[in-house]
Design a protein around this ligand. Structure first.
Ligand SMILES: Cc1cc2nc3c(=O)[nH]c(=O)nc-3n(C[C@H](O)[C@H](O)[C@H](O)COP(=O)(O)O)c2cc1C
Length: 202
């Protein structure tokens, strides 16, 4: 296992090559790796709807743009968040040009209880991260996005997803990566966030 893959798999946005198609077999190959992720009682509750039709991508991107604009206008970003939000804006503007949009779904609607909620989303997100790693290991890249969920029902209607039976979890734009630096993501060192034995240090 290459530890660099883990530290350099980023939210790829500006580096996505919008001009080079992604073959369906490449997407499926990465999905086949991703589905080796763990899930509660091995339910494997992930379902995929991959969008590569230009008109369909455009329609979903319109919802995404509306949602992202509302998200931006509702917050005052910290200075260290400006770069990420700037590239988020870039992605929103170009989403329809990304060769493939992988819509990750799961059966059922989100439960209210934290225990069930943890299993509901927690049984899908390890697969999502596996997918991002698998893509990156093959020179492709993606970003985990959720902004579209503000319009989940509209998008369900648009794409023929039965809303009451299937929840959308994340939308991953997928493209080949343009050359660029493999920079590890900036993160707070774990030691600063870790306590031992008791939360209150007593
Ligand atoms: C649950 C979740 C939801 C996210 N939603 C969005 C989104 O809607 N749009 C977007 O551009 N990025 C989204 N991101 C990507 C984050 O902005 C990104 O992972 C974070 O800023 C770290 O980026 P880096 O690895 O390049 O440092 C999301 C990430 C997570 C984990």
């Amino acid at each position: 296992m290459d530890p660099d893959l883990l530290t350099t798999t980023r939210a790829f946005r500006r580096r996505l090559d919008l001009t080079r198609p992604v073959a369906r077999r490449e997407v499926l190959a990465c999905l086949d790796i991703a589905v080796h992720a763990p899930s509660g009682t091995n339910r494997q509750p992930w379902r995929f709807l991959v969008l590569d039709d230009p008109a369909t991508k455009q329609a979903v991107a319109e919802y995404y743009r509306k949602a992202f604009a509302a998200y931006l206008s509702a917050r005052t970003p910290r200075p260290d968040q400006l770069r990420d939000l700037g590239s988020g804006q870039y992605l929103a503007e170009h989403l329809h040009e990304v060769p493939a949009l992988v819509l990750v779904c799961t059966p059922g609607r989100p439960p209210a209880h934290p225990l069930q909620l943890a299993s509901f989303y927690g049984s899908v997100y390890p697969m999502v991260w596996n997918l991002l790693l698998a893509l990156h290991s093959r020179g492709l890249g993606g970003t985990l996005t959720t902004a579209h969920l503000a319009y989940e029902r509209d998008i369900a209607d648009l794409l023929g997803i039965p809303f009451e039976e299937i929840s959308q979890v994340a939308l991953l734009p997928v493209a080949h990566l343009r050359p660029g630096p493999a920079t590890p993501a900036a993160r707070t060192p774990a030691a600063e966030l870790t306590r031992w034995n008791r939360w209150d240090g007593a």
